[in-house]
Structure formats: C-alpha cells, structure tokens
Write a protein that binds this ligand. Structure first.
Ligand SMILES: Nc1ncnc2c1ncn2[C@@H]1O[C@H](COP(=O)(O)OP(=O)(O)OP(=O)(O)O)[C@@H](O)[C@H]1O
Ligand SMILES: [Mg+2]
Length: 378
C-alpha cells in the first residue's frame, strides 16, 4: 500500500468500518470487547456502551459461551490462541435472546500496547434458511420418487398375485359344487384341490420373489429346461384357454440347451404372453382360428446362442399406432386391463440378459417372443 492509500484509510477508518456488512469487533487479551462497528450493533441489538468492556462470551449461547471462556483462559495461560485465523461456524445470541448461526473469523493484532483480536462475524441466517429450503425441497422430491416406485411396485404385486388368486377362487367354487352333488366324485375333487394348492404355492412363490426383489437379491437362478418349463405352463394356462374355446398347441424343439434363469419369473413371463394372446383371440370371437401356438427353438448366430420361446396367436394383432406403446407401463386397450403385464415381463427378461419383443403376423394376429442367452460357462 502506498502512503496516500494508508492516509486515506486512516482518515476514513470509522466510515469504512461502519459501511462493512459483517460485524467487526476487537477484543482484548482477556476476551473483553474493545470496539464494535455499526453492523455489530445491528446484528446483536445492543448499544455500543452495552457491548464495550463486556466479555465477548455475552454474544454466545451455551455451549459456545463456556468453550469461549476456556479458550480465553487457555490463551492467558499459554499465550497460544487456538482458533486464530481459522474461520468456523458457531451460534451467536442477540440481546433479545434470538440465537442465530454465524461464521466467525478471528485474527491477532499486535500493537505496542499489547495483543488484541479482531473478530469478523457474518450472520448466516439467510444462507442457512436457503440451505434448509433446498434440503426440504430435495426431501420432498425423493419422497415423490419413493411414492411412485411404491405405486409401481404395488401395481405389479397386485397384478402377479391376482392371477393365482382368481384361479384359487375358481377351484374353490368348483370344489363347493362337487361337494354339493349327490354322487361325490372324489377323483375330481382331489384334482381340483391339487390345482388349488398349486396356485396357492405359486402365489407364495411370487411373494417370495417380490420380497427378494425388495431386498435387491437375485431370484433363485438355476439351469432350466425351457421345454419342461413350457409344458408345465400348459396346466396353468389350459383352464383359461378352454374357457375361451382355445386350443393350446405346443411345438417344442428337441435338444435345447438348458438356460440359467429364475424359472418362476420366466414362467410368469410366458404365462402373461399366453394370457394376452388368449385375450386378443377372444376379443374377435376367435374368428381367425382357435389355435394358440407355443414354441421353443434354438437361435443360432449369437456367440453362445439363445433359446427362444414364441407365442403365436391369431387375435387382433397390434394396431400401428400402439406398436411403440405395448411395453410401456399402464398402456392397455382392455377395459379391465392394468397395462403392467408386458412392462414387468420385459424388465424380467432384460434382467436375465435376454430380449422380449413382438411382430404382427403376415396373416393374422401376432407373435410375442423372448430369448434367453445360453451361457457357455454354465
Ligand atoms: N397378443 C397380443 N395381441 C394383441 N395385442 C396385444 C397382445 N399382447 C398385448 N397386446 C396389447 O398390449 C397391451 C398391453 O399389454 P399388457 O399385458 O402390458 O397389459 P394388459 O394385458 O392390457 O393388462 P394387464 O396388466 O392386466 O396384463 C394390451 O392392452 C394390448 O393392447
Ligand atoms: Mg396382459
């Protein structure tokens, strides 16, 4: 600084100090306030005479007050000022008792008369309020995100549990009817109860899988014979098909390699595709035919190959304007549809490293198919 600048600063020191927005206080070695600027009076609400000569601790609430006193005592004993030069966030207390957040920076001033300290205090109330508002906004946003995930989860749980529950109710009604008949057909009753039990176990397995999903664990993956899995399905889908006068026809390739997958999940996918196909055929009164074909085949070409499952129907087909929508959650053209089936199916298959897609057939209806990779190492 040149002499002219120093002179100017000297001349205008009181004006400069009072123009500063932060509170500036000087404190003597015993921790007593020695001078204050206008901002300090504004921040704390005291008059100058109420502050000067008083301990700085009067501006602090506990526990800072005691800590400060220990600090001053320590300084007096050792001559070592621990927080000099280091700014830190603390709390201050105004005359009316209001406690507010501050940023305090302290520096040492050595004069001929001894050591003093200058404290610069910035009121952080506005900053903290803005921070808090931001935090609250983030919290609200993440709550919205959690709610929508929960909403989707609930929809998918309802979807997957509803299918076995409907079946259980149907079998239970059938049992009641059988029991009401004069000549009790034990064989039929046992058959219906066995099927009912299978559906109950299925619902249980679905719940278990959802619990695993919530815990972010992988499902029970194992080497699975796709043909056996599809054949197993015929029991599950046959009732529905028969109800609509539809015949399930299986065309299973021989010598399929096993696929490493969660059989319950994959069966759920195939069942959803079959249910959709039945709906599409039923919607047009099966006027294009009554046969629903379910096939398996090996897809050559990919490094290790893949196993493909196809569901070929002769139903409505997918309208041009819906082509891009069928896999979107909540897209449905059905009165009582939820539009969740295919979006869940696709996420299951993609989770297995496979793909799920469809094409409209040349003649009528469409073909939905999924492929699961055959891992050479498995
Ligand atoms: N085989 C098919 N033939 C024609 N359209 C189909 C077929 N499969 C699906 N779709 C169309 O895709 C839509 C979405 O199917 P998705 O399975 O996701 O839901 P949904 O069957 O309507 O309801 P839900 O959630 O109960 O399964 C259906 O509403 C239908 O318009
Ligand atoms: Mg569906």
């Amino acid at each position: 600084m040149n002499a002219q600048h120093v002179q100017w600063l000297n001349d205008y020191a009181p004006e400069i100090l009072d123009a500063v927005v932060d509170a500036i206080l000087t404190i003597d070695a015993r921790g007593r306030i020695q001078s204050v600027n206008a901002a300090a009076l504004r921040q704390f609400g005291y008059t100058e005479s109420e502050m000067v000569g008083e301990p700085l601790a009067m501006l602090m609430p506990e526990p800072y007050r005691s800590a400060h006193q220990r600090f001053v005592d320590g300084y007096l004993a050792t001559g070592e000022a621990k927080i000099i030069g280091i700014g830190r966030e603390l709390e201050a207390r105004a005359k009316d008792g209001t406690v507010f957040p501050i940023y305090l920076a302290v520096s040492e001033i050595n004069t001929e008369e001894g050591t003093y300290f200058a404290g610069i205090i910035r009121d952080l109330t506005a900053e903290k309020a803005a921070e808090q508002a931001l935090l609250e906004q983030r919290e609200r946003l993440s709550q919205v995100a959690r709610l929508s995930t929960m909403g989707e989860m609930t929809a998918s749980i309802a979807h997957e549990i509803n299918q076995p529950l409907t079946a259980i109710s149907m079998y239970a009604q059938a049992c009641v009817k059988l029991l009401q008949m004069d000549d009790l057909n034990r064989e039929k009753l046992v058959d219906a109860l066995t099927k009912l039990n299978r559906q109950a176990l299925r619902a249980g397995a679905v719940i278990e899988r959802i619990q695993r999903f919530v815990r972010h664990e992988d499902g029970e993956r194992q080497l699975v014979d796709m043909n056996a899995l599809v054949r197993d399905l015929s029991h599950l889908a046959a009732g529905d098909a028969r109800l609509h006068g539809i015949e399930l026809r299986f065309d299973l390739a021989e010598g399929l390699p096993n696929v490493f997958c969660d059989p319950i999940q994959v069966q759920q996918v195939a069942l959803n595709l079959i249910r959709n196909a039945i709906d599409a055929m039923h919607e047009i009164g099966c006027r294009n035919g009554h046969v629903l074909q379910i096939g398996t085949r090996i897809v050559e070409g990919a490094a290790e190959g893949a196993v493909e499952v196809t569901v070929v129907d002769c139903g409505t087909g997918v309208a041009e304007e819906h082509m891009d929508l069928v896999f979107s959650a909540f897209h449905t053209t059905k009165q009582d549809g939820m539009g969740m089936g295919l979006s869940i199916c696709r996420s299951i298959i993609e989770d297995h490293g496979g793909l799920l897609d469809f094409r409209n057939n040349d003649t009528c209806g469409c073909t939905f198919f999924f492929r699961l990779p055959v891992d050479g190492d498995e």
